[in-house]
Design a protein around this ligand. Structure first.
Ligand code: NAD
Length: 260
């Protein structure tokens, strides 16, 4: 399958799952607009790694908690790379605290990035997709878009909202050559999860290795982490013609987490 001539925006692609997705889409032939925080040298290295004949790579430093920067990122994809054909809304943050202690600024930041940024990006990108009669919206939700866990009020609320938003986008664009789907990963070993494991080890006076095993076995029947590459392959499939009639779905890759 070739995505040659298509342009993909992958938010939060300087790290973790987003980087895995950007690598797979670039290998599939798509131009890539990278986005996310990180030091300039590391971002330049990612740009160089992904660039290939027929694959152009650009970078947007947009802070996606700011709606005007989200719109500028989509406009940059269209002006520099020729479109906003595949939009992967992946950037996300986490904060873990009991509801009565949950900081209000953390609530606002998580809702802004994990939910509202996708609304603003899709609103800006859909006209370009409609003009071409082809588009893919792929939202990285979570098992926490389908079920809750203690101490993750903002994250669980945002991810449930993201799955609902995705359904509406799918319905509205169903006959425009556009699909919109959510992916719901279980545990993936990325900096976002490494921090939770380190915090648990510190709080419980245990080891990182022990907490890694405990984290998996608490939630997933399958005691293995999915990888950013695994997620990238699923995104690549959703971008392909084979997935042209999959829309409005919430696809789990969670080691059985939500089968229970
Ligand atoms: P990560 O921390 O490795 O990467 C997050 C990315 O988002 C980075 O590139 C970061 O720079 C970027 N980012 C953070 N704030 C931003 C902002 N304001 N504007 C623009 N970019 C910003 O995290 P990850 O684990 O790869 O998570 C990626 C997505 O996958 C998130 O939406 C997360 O909720 C979801 N997810 C992760 C897991 C997991 O186990 N790791 C499980 C389910 C869902």
């Amino acid at each position: 399958m070739s995505l040659t001539g298509k342009t993909a925006i992958v938010t939060g692609s300087t790290s973790g799952i987003g980087l895995g997705i950007a690598r797979k889409l670039a290998a599939g032939g798509a131009n890539i607009l990278l986005n996310g925080f990180g030091d300039a040298a590391a971002i330049s290295a990612i740009k160089a790694e992904l660039s290939a004949p027929g694959v152009r790579v650009a970078y947007s430093s947009a802070d996606l908690t700011k709606p005007e920067q989200v719109r500028a990122m989509v406009a940059q994809a269209v002006s520099e790379l020729g479109g906003a054909d595949i939009l992967v809304n992946n950037a996300g943050i986490q904060h873990v605290a009991a509801i009565e202690d949950f900081p209000e600024d953390k609530w606002d930041a998580i809702i802004a990035l994990n939910l509202s940024a996708t609304f603003h990006a899709v609103k800006a990108a859909v006209p370009a997709m409609k003009a071409k009669g082809w588009g893919r919206v792929i939202n990285i939700a979570s098992a926490h878009g389908l079920v809750g866990s203690a101490h993750k009020a903002a994250y669980v609320a945002a991810k449930h909202g993201l799955i609902g938003l995705t359904k509406v986008i799918a319905i509205e664009t169903a006959n425009e050559g556009i699909t919109a789907n959510s992916i719901c990963p279980g545990w993936v070993l990325t900096p976002l999860v490494e921090k939770q494991i380190a915090d648990r080890a510190q709080a419980n006076g245990t080891t990182v290795e022990g907490e890694r095993t405990a984290l998996l076995s608490e939630k997933q029947p399958m005691h293995r982490f999915s990888t950013p590459d695994n997620l990238g392959d699923l995104v690549l499939f959703l971008a392909s013609d084979a997935a042209a009639s999959i829309t409005g779905a919430a696809l789990s890759m969670d080691g059985g987490w939500t089968a229970q």
